[in-house]
Every structure is written in structure tokens, then in C-alpha cells.
Design a protein around this ligand. Structure first.
Ligand code: GLU
Length: 313
């Protein structure tokens, strides 16, 4: 990873739960163990759902469990010019086109098409439109999204924990109809600009990696390494959420646990310390070995156990 940075990039749409905190801890340990800078990026593109109080709460929770970062966090809401410049450079290469399709139209077209496109992939309807076709669509008054012309490129990225991740890259959205820049565009532009060397994040985003690697390459950005870490799941097998009980740091504190205990439990749930141990952040950094996470599956949250089934109390 050399001197390129690691990062954590939360969306400030609610409090971080134990799964998010655990992913942040891994990203931080990985960077600090490698003596790399660690950066925070606030992914507040969705201005309707992002809240300053959630951002403040997330940063406070990260600090409380011992995670620090270099410089000021970057907010995506301040980065419109960079995203617009990236779109302009894609447009100059004829790599984007307007798309008027609704979700229902995409579903219908995708089910009618017979090809190897993965489920949910955009079937390319608006890619074929000539100038007249576009003018006709534009007259509908519905605002167009912008999609990249990826034409089902086959892309493989190597993940340190998951091995090769193969993807067929469909023509994904880079700007929504309402003008909001899309997640995949912003992540790639910002990872490039922040000189991120390795993306450590939850494995629910693993399937986005081929798209992002494809886009980084089109934008002439250096490739990043990927480490997708196992999630914490609720007892129903879905991603951990509020419905699963006392899943935030505030909830755990209300039950009398300290942030040090929660950090210890998160680390123990990944095999990074023994259950019941309470290593300091710097001890965890010193001991960290990413190899410990290879082959580790998701952790299922047991609401009746002390955090994440830590047997040490
Ligand atoms: N903002 C995304 C999330 O909170 C993470 C994006 C990323 O790490 O690439 O799920």
C-alpha cells in the first residue's frame, strides 16, 4: 500500500451500527498497521437523507472506540465540480449517454432480453437512440439520467479476502435524473483524488468493485486494492439494523458497556484478540494481520449475548 491512504466512507444517514464500526475498525487497523494515512470521507450525496447530526454522531463514535484519522473529513457535498469534470471527460470520450428509462421499463426490457447480462443489469435501451430518438424522449419532459457506455465489459478485480471478483459491467448510472451524482462516480473520483491505495469496506459492496475499477481506468486513475470484509448480520440473516436491538454504540453504552469493551468485542468477533480481552487501539494495530480474516464468514448477531457473542464477560 506504500504511502497511499486507507479510508472509511460512511453515509451520514443514521447512527453507525456495530457492523459499520467493525468495518471501520478493520479499515483503520489495516492502514495504521501499514503506517499508511487514514482518511475519512462523508458520503452525503443523498442530501435528502444525510444529516449533520448523524455525521457528528458517527465521528464521535469512531473516536470513542479509538479510531483516528488524518486531516479533515472530506464531504462529497462539496465535490460537485470534481464530479462534473469527470463527467465532462467521459463525455469527451463518448462514454456517457442520457437515459430516460424508468425502473419498470428496465425490468421489462431486461426480462425480454436474452443475453448473459446479470440480473438487474441495464439492457442498453437508450444507448441505441439516435438524435431523433433522444429528441423524442426529451419531449416527454422526464429528466434524463446519465449512464456510462461500458457495453458489458468483463472486469476482474483481485480482493485480498475474497480472491478474484468477476463482473460484467453494465451501463450504470453516473448522474441521476434529479442531477445527483451517483455513488459509483463519486467513490471513484474521490478515491483517486484522495490517493486511496486500498478500499476496505463491507462485502455487500463487493459486486460494485468491477464497475468502479472499470470507471477508474476510463478516468485514468490508478487502480486501488480491494479488501471486502464480512458483515455482521441480524438473526434473520439480513444486514444488521435497528430492528435487531441494541446495535449502536449509544445502545451498548446504555447497557453499561464501555467503548473499550465494545472495541474488544468487535476485535474478538474477527479473531483479532481473544474473547474478553480489551487490547488498546495501539496493541490491536501492532498485532493486526489481515490474513486472519481470510475465509471468515459473516458474524450473526445474537441479541441475547454481550456484543457479538463475546464470551468474555
Ligand atoms: N458510503 C458507503 C456506505 O456507507 C460506503 C462506500 C464505500 O466504502 O465505497 O455504505
Amino acid at each position: 500500500m506504500a504511502s497511499r491512504s486507507g479510508r472509511f466512507a460512511p453515509s451520514p444517514t443514521g447512527p453507525l451500527h456495530l457492523g459499520n464500526l467493525r468495518t471501520a475498525l478493520v479499515a483503520w487497523l489495516r492502514a495504521r498497521h501499514e503506517s499508511a494515512p487514514f482518511l475519512l470521507r462523508i458520503e452525503d450525496l443523498d442530501r435528502g437523507r444525510s444529516r449533520a447530526e448523524h455525521e457528528a454522531g458517527q465521528l464521535a463514535d469512531l473516536r470513542a472506540i479509538g479510531i483516528d484519522w488524518d486531516g479533515e473529513p472530506v464531504r462529497q457535498s462539496t465535490r460537485d465540480e470534481a464530479y462534473a469534470a469527470a463527467l465532462a471527460s467521459l463525455a469527451a470520450e463518448d462514454l456517457i449517454y442520457p437515459c430516460w428509462c424508468t425502473r419498470a421499463e428496465i425490468r421489462d426490457a431486461a426480462s425480454a432480453a436474452h443475453g448473459d447480462a446479470p440480473e438487474g443489469a441495464y439492457p442498453g435501451t437508450c444507448a441505441q437512440l439516435d438524435a431523433d430518438g433522444r429528441a423524442r424522449k426529451a419531449r416527454s419532459g422526464r429528466p434524463a439520467a446519465l449512464r456510462v457506455r461500458a457495453e458489458q465489459a468483463a472486469v476482474t478485480v483481485d480482493d485480498l479476502l475474497l480472491g478474484p471478483i468477476n463482473g460484467i459491467v453494465d451501463d450504470f448510472v453516473v448522474r441521476r435524473g434529479d442531477g445527483t451524482f451517483a455513488y459509483n462516480l463519486a467513490v471513484v473520483v474521490d478515491d483517486g483524488w484522495q490517493r486511496i491505495g486500498e478500499v476496505v469496506r463491507g462485502d455487500d459492496l463487493a459486486s460494485s468493485a468491477p464497475r468502479q475499477a472499470w470507471l477508474a481506468d476510463r478516468l485514468g486513475l490508478a487502480p486501488v486494492g480491494y479488501v471486502h470484509v464480512p458483515l455482521v448480520l441480524g438473526p434473520d440473516g439480513r444486514r444488521l439494523a435497528k430492528r435487531d436491538g441494541a446495535v449502536t454504540l449509544a445502545d451498548r453504552r446504555a447497557l453499561g458497556e464501555t467503548p473499550d469493551e465494545v472495541r474488544g468485542a468487535l476485535a474478538a468477533s474477527l479473531g483479532l484478540c481473544a474473547p474478553g480481552e480489551r487490547p488498546s487501539p495501539s496493541e490491536l494495530v501492532a498485532r493486526f494481520a489481515i490474513e486472519r480474516l481470510i475465509g471468515r464468514g459473516a458474524t450473526v448477531w445474537d441479541p441475547d449475548a454481550v456484543p457479538l457473542g463475546d464470551a468474555g464477560r
